[in-house]
Design a protein around this ligand. Structure first.
Ligand SMILES: C[S@@+](CC[C@H](N)C(=O)[O-])C[C@H]1O[C@@H](n2cnc3c(N)ncnc32)[C@H](O)[C@@H]1O
Length: 277
């Protein structure tokens, strides 16, 4: 497994998509996760590693779900539990909404992950998390959560028009497969006067887990259906030991993104939108 990991790293780092130092760091981090974790992923990648880089990248894309699962299993192993205390602050203080605001509301979290992102919203009428890996996340303890999980992707939300008062995408917009369809679906399921809360990484280079890259002007893509109420642009200041940027800790530190610094690096965008009508 160790040798396989090294081969993968060498091949992946030689990809033109991975030239940037931060991307190289991310690939290394991913390789470390693979090396320490999944026997299911190892052999598939090993087959690819000896071939040309394009083939390797195709195989890496096809293993996006396995990589995501490997990431969360590793997090669970490292941290002992997948905690969810940090979400309440994001949904309330960070986005300038009182906890009481959510009373009786219908909330949808797109790309919710396995942590129980809406467990704090005990007074909401409906709290649904949708994620393509919702079934697989049951292995990580989601069946103990009070919120509902639905298996599915952002590109085809299985909900009627205008069915949610609040729709959120926290660290998941760059993880989807089709951004255009995702934006259409977000606008469709949000009720008139409802809020869309966006927290996303801004990066230039697609990766296995984050196949979509966009810039700060992504906010304009939601107009005219959604109006921007407020937005923030923040630097990554906190990193995990494997080199992953910690979006929630960095958001909490709140160092404004310095656009006068031209060094290429990832950033964090948060935006609050409201639907007209
Ligand atoms: C970085 S995790 C974020 C999880 C959670 N929102 C959080 O911030 O803790 C990204 C999530 O997006 C999900 N995802 C991947 N492709 C998706 C898609 N097409 N539609 C919706 N979610 C997707 C992944 O399965 C993963 O759970």
């Amino acid at each position: 497994m160790f040798t396989v990991g090294l081969n993968i790293e060498k091949a992946a780092l030689s990809s033109p998509m991975q030239h940037h130092p931060l991307q190289r760091q991310k690939v290394r981090a991913m390789m470390n996760l693979w090396m320490g974790k999944s026997t299911a992923i190892g052999p598939r990648i090993a087959v690819s590693a000896g071939r040309k880089t394009g083939t390797l990248m195709t195989h890496m894309r096809s293993s996006k779900a396995e990589s995501e699962l490997a990431f969360w299993h590793n997090r669970l192993k490292q941290q002992g539990a997948l905690t969810n205390d940090h979400y309440e602050r994001v949904y309330t203080t960070h986005f300038g909404l009182e906890k009481a605001f959510y009373r009786g509301k219908k909330i949808l979290d797109i790309g919710c992950g396995p942590r129980g992102s809406l467990e704090w919203a005990v007074e909401a009428d409906v709290r649904v998390g949708i994620d393509p890996l919702a079934e697989a996340y049951r292995q990580l303890g989601t069946s103990r959560h009070a919120m509902q999980y639905v298996a599915g992707g952002a590109e085809g939300l299985p909900f009627p028009d205008s069915s949610f008062d609040v729709v959120c995408s926290l660290n998941s917009l760059d993880h989807v497969d089709n951004l255009d369809k995702t934006i259409i679906e977000i606008c469709r399921v949000l009720a008139p006067r409802g809020y869309f809360l966006l927290l996303t990484e801004i990066h230039r280079h697609p990766t296995v887990l984050e196949p979509i890259a966009f810039s700060w002007d992504i906010v304009a893509r939601f107009q005219p259906e959604l109006a921007i109420i407020e937005q923030g642009q923040v630097e990554y200041t906190v990193f995990s030991p494997e080199g992953f940027g910690d979006i929630y800790q960095s958001l909490r530190q709140g160092t404004p993104y310095d656009h006068s610094n031209v060094r290429e690096r990832n950033g964090i965008l948060s935006a609050k939108f409201r639907k007209g009508g």
